[in-house]
Structure formats: structure tokens, C-alpha cells
Design a protein around this ligand. Sequence first.
Ligand SMILES: Cc1cc2nc3c(=O)[nH]c(=O)nc-3n(C[C@H](O)[C@H](O)[C@H](O)COP(=O)(O)OP(=O)(O)OC[C@H]3O[C@@H](n4cnc5c(N)ncnc54)[C@H](O)[C@@H]3O)c2cc1C
Length: 373
Amino acid sequence: MNPADDAVLREVQRLLSNSLSLAGGTDEVATRLRAALILAQPQLVTMLPGSAQLQREQLAQALTWLAHNLDNPPAVVAGCVQLGGALAACGIQPAQLQLVGAALAEAMRAGMAANGWRQDFDQAWRSTWQHVHEWMGHGAEAARYQPVTWLAEVVSHELRRPDLAVVRIRPYLPFPVRAGQYARIEVGEVPGVWRPYSLAGRGGVIELHVRAKTETGVSGTLVYRTQPGDQVRFSRAEGSMGVPPGSRDLLLVAGDTGVAPLKAMLGELAATGDPRSAVLFWGVRDLNELYDMDDIALIARACRRATVVPVVSEGDSGQYASGLVTDAIAAYGEWSEADVFLAGPPVMLAATSAALQVLGVAPERIHHDAPEG
Ligand SMILES: Cc1cc2nc3c(=O)[nH]c(=O)nc-3n(C[C@H](O)[C@H](O)[C@H](O)COP(=O)(O)OP(=O)(O)OC[C@H]3O[C@@H](n4cnc5c(N)ncnc54)[C@H](O)[C@@H]3O)c2cc1C
């Protein structure tokens, strides 16, 4: 890059930063930008994943990031290409983003004192947006030919059992996911190896429940050698599990870390105030394996009609039911009219599915992800 280009970029960067400050800062600009987009293109905003607050936070982060990195063109190009791919995965195409530049200028102008919006600010944002839009277009185009992946930062890591960790990760870019889905994860220690993990979590933070069967591999790395600040990469969300439309009662049956996707589904019932009844049976070997009971019970209490029934198969079961989870399900009530979702180890899926069919649940009402072959 020649020094003259460098000077121009720094001047544009200065104008972006100054105008953002004069317009009230990135948080305020992002709030007005989202409000302007809702008026101009309501459909676009509904296609963005997450709550209103998460969308505002991500818009603010994007503006801060852009102003901060503008003097580093390779980083800006790469970031915009990734954003274009992530938005394409949300179903948003570049043509739908054309108005965003004008909405952004309006969001800036509206936060400034009278006559505060200067021509040089206008020019700086206009030229920057044109480039950003073009690079996002390249990202959306690339997404048609190669899989989109997301980079996320580990924000917390809790070893809940000697071999089990709850790992929370925050993707940098919008990530479309339905409660109950899973994604394939790659860790730096094992490049090129992508393993499926269910996704729980809320508010833009994804929660993984990982049990390591060995010290190595993706699970071993996530459990034993991962800490806040590390990065992981993950693929598009997959799987057909999720809160179904309709009004049938829900029977959710988890074995071990299979509780993660069902916790996500309970979270959705709570967030939407869904009136359906849902009962989550969580089968574990011993009491110590109920590694996430407090949080799951909290979410169940926030639902209109949800209950959690832990079932402990060996030793002291404390305040909970003991024995086999399938026996506890049979003793609890009648399930032939329920929609059933199972998650857990392959053997548990097969055994529970067979037992439920004996109890009169039609096979087409029983849903679970296919175990990996
Ligand atoms: C849809 C879906 C969702 C899933 N969600 C979760 C989840 O939320 N949490 C979770 O923890 N898991 C989950 N899994 C399982 C998880 O994907 C596997 O545990 C993971 O693929 C293992 O990969 P790895 O790289 O850690 O193990 P690798 O090292 O590649 O080993 C693969 C498997 O081989 C076995 N193995 C390897 N070496 C040995 C050895 N020396 N002795 C005995 N056995 C060995 C282990 O059982 C291991 O699971 C899910 C699976 C599917 C299909």
C-alpha cells in the first residue's frame, strides 16, 4: 500500500470515529440504525437471529470494529466477506442490504446537533459503505460454493465433573440456529476434525455440554485444554430437533449431555410463553451426573407449564426418582398424544424409542438426531 493511500485511509478512519462520537457513540447509533431498518425493511430485521438486544449489540460491535480496523484493508475485506457469508446463511442477500448505508447515515445524522452532519462525514460513510457492501457481496457469492463457518470466542469454561465441561462460546457474527439443533465444531488442536455438539445457551452465547471419553480429540480438547479467550470454529446449525408448531404436549427425554438440546427447547418455551405442557426426563447413572440441575430447573420455572424429572439409575437417588428412565416415563402418565424428543447416547436413543412405542407412542411422533455412524 502506498503512503498516500495510507494517509487517505487514516483520514476516513478519523472521520468515521469522530462522527460516531458526535452522534452519541456506537450503542446509540446502533439503536437508531435498528429502529430505522425496522421502518424501512422490517423483513430484514426479522431474518437476523437473536433478540432485539443482541441485534443492537452486534450492530454496535460491527460499527466499532469497522472504525477501528479501517486502516487495515486485508482485515476489513476478510471480515466483510465473512459477514456476507454469515448473513447469506441467515437468508439475507446483498441486494436486501442496499438501503443499510442510507439508514446508517440517517442514524448518525439524527444523533447530532443541528448542522452537525457534515459533507465530509457523509462522503466518508458513503464510500466506506460502498466497499463494505461490495465485499459482503463476494462473501455471499462464496457461500454458494463453500460451507460457511463461524469463529467464536470461549467466554467461560466450567469443569462440572472430572470429564465434563460446560463451555460457553460467543460467535462474532450473526449465527442462525433453532433451539434443539447441533453444529460441528473444530478446535485449533485438532485442525480439520469437525465433531457434532448440541447447542444450548441464550442471548447470543452458545453453551456446549461436552463429555470427554478420551484425553484427546475434539471433546478432550474442549474439556481439558480450553479456557476463556480461546477460539473455536463451528459449522452451520443442523438437525431437525426443535419445538414443533401445534399444541401437543411435549415429552423430552435426555441421557447424559443429551440434556443440552432439550434445555435449549425449554428455553424457547420460556421465552415465547408457550402454553404447552412439557416434561423433561433426565436419566443419569448417579446423583453427581446431574451437572446442570439448578440452571435447568430455573428455566423450567420460567416456562408456563414445564417440569423436570431427574431419574437416577444407580446408588442414592436423593430427592429424585430412582431406576430406569423408561419406567419413570411410564409411571408418570400417558404419552400417546405427545410429541417426543430424545437426545443422548445411541444406545439410550434406541432403548427409549423402543420402550415408548410399547407405551403406545407412534414412531412418527418420536424425534431424535441420527447418531454418527
Ligand atoms: C447430533 C449429535 C450431537 C452430539 N452432541 C454432543 C454433546 O452435546 N456433547 C457431547 O459431549 N457429545 C455430543 N455428541 C457426541 C460427540 O460428537 C462425540 O463424542 C465426538 O464426535 C467425539 O469426537 P472426539 O474428536 O472428541 O473423539 P475421537 O478422539 O475422534 O473419538 C471418537 C470416539 O471414539 C471413541 N474412542 C476414541 N478413542 C478411544 C479409546 N482409546 N478407547 C475407547 N474409545 C475411544 C470415543 O468414544 C470417541 O467418542 C453428539 C453427537 C451427535 C451425533
